[in-house]
Ligand binder design. Structure first.
Ligand code: R5P
Length: 318
């Protein structure tokens, strides 16, 4: 089975790792070209490797900036199909839009299923890492195409266990418990979960930690996503006020909205570490082997005839 991997900008290293890691799974994989540039007026120009006839094509694109990337993704997938791609897969280590899974205020679009439908109009399968599923139980609730979710917990637990052996893990909100409890169990470390109330995009209140459990240990705040950083800044504020050691902050997805990383450092974070689902200087935990395993499973089930979009027959979503 010939696999051509097309990396979006900044995904070349992951694409190259996936190419190497897919070989032991029985795939003849090579990395092809995907160029994307914006014209001064904001329109996208996408150009891809033309030699994809009969190949299973895998686009690698971390969806850190989904609105900007959406059309380019659609153009790349449609063009690969025009050049004869047998199937189209998407490795999106960070999957955007999964947090807007309910109508929190009147009139809001529920974008998790809408975005899923948008991707399904271009791709046959999706591999991702720990999507932020809260009220949605699994990705199957919003995607009809096959999906695989890589769990970062084993790799994160291993990093914490070996790098901060005296850690006590802190989850900054109830939603983080699903990840923090799992990581703590794997690393055989204690943990506590705080509660959080969000009053605005950059306005959150986090409950006070129990200093008794934290004393004489290094606090490690673990969250699935750091976006504005305000959740972690609030948690750090409490830890510092309680006179505890500088905390290590570990996140799966280094979204880091403008200024967030600098704000965390200014707030007293001892060290900030992330997995490589979004390229960022804080990346220290690599997930390529787990993503290759997921992609291999999905490639084995890829359509064996000239592919149609998985959403063929459903009404257009966007
Ligand atoms: C929310 O439920 C997530 O788990 C994160 O806590 C949240 O996305 C972090 O956002 P921010 O960095 O903007 O506080």
């Amino acid at each position: 089975m010939t696999v051509v991997i097309l990396p979006f900008p900044a995904q070349e290293a992951l694409a190259s790792d996936l190419g190497v890691l897919l070989e032991p799974h029985g795939f003849d994989a090579r990395v092809g070209r995907l160029d994307w540039r914006r014209f001064p007026d904001g329109e996208s120009l996408v150009a891809i490797d033309e030699a994809v006839d009969g190949a299973d094509v895998v686009v690698v694109a971390s969806l850190r900036d989904p609105d900007a990337m959406a059309l380019a993704l659609r153009y790349a997938a449609a063009t690969a199909r025009e050049f004869g791609a047998r199937s189209m897969g998407l490795v999106a280590p960070y999957l955007a839009y999964m947090r807007q899974d309910a109508r929190f205020h009147p009139g809001e679009a529920i974008t998790a299923p809408l975005f899923a439908g948008f991707l399904e109009n271009s791709f046959d399968w999706l591999a991702t890492v720990d999507p932020h599923l809260h009220r949605i139980p699994t990705l199957d609730a919003v995607f009809r195409m096959p999906t695989r979710c890589v769990a970062a917990a084993p790799a994160v637990a291993e990093w914490i266990r070996t790098t901060v052996p005296d850690a006590v893990l802190i989850g900054p909100d109830g939603e983080s418990e699903q990840w923090v409890a799992d990581i703590a169990k794997r690393a055989a470390l204690p943990y506590q979960i705080l509660s959080k109330r969000r009053r605005g995009d950059r306005d959150v209140i986090v409950s006070l930690p129990d200093p008794g459990l934290l004393r004489d240990r290094t606090p490690v705040i673990v969250d699935d996503i750091i976006s504005t950083g305000q959740t972690i800044v609030e948690a750090l504020r409490h830890l510092i006020a309680a006179g505890l050691r500088p905390a290590t902050c570990v996140t799966i997805h280094a979204v880091f909205a403008a200024g967030a990383y600098e704000n965390l450092l200014a707030a007293g974070a001892g060290r900030i570490v992330s997995t490589d689902t979004i390229p960022h200087p804080s990346n220290a935990i690599g997930l390529a082997p787990l993503l290759a395993q997921a992609a291999a499973e999905l490639l084995r089930g890829a359509p064996g005839k000239p592919a149609q979009p998985a959403s063929e027959g459903r009404s257009p979503v966007i």
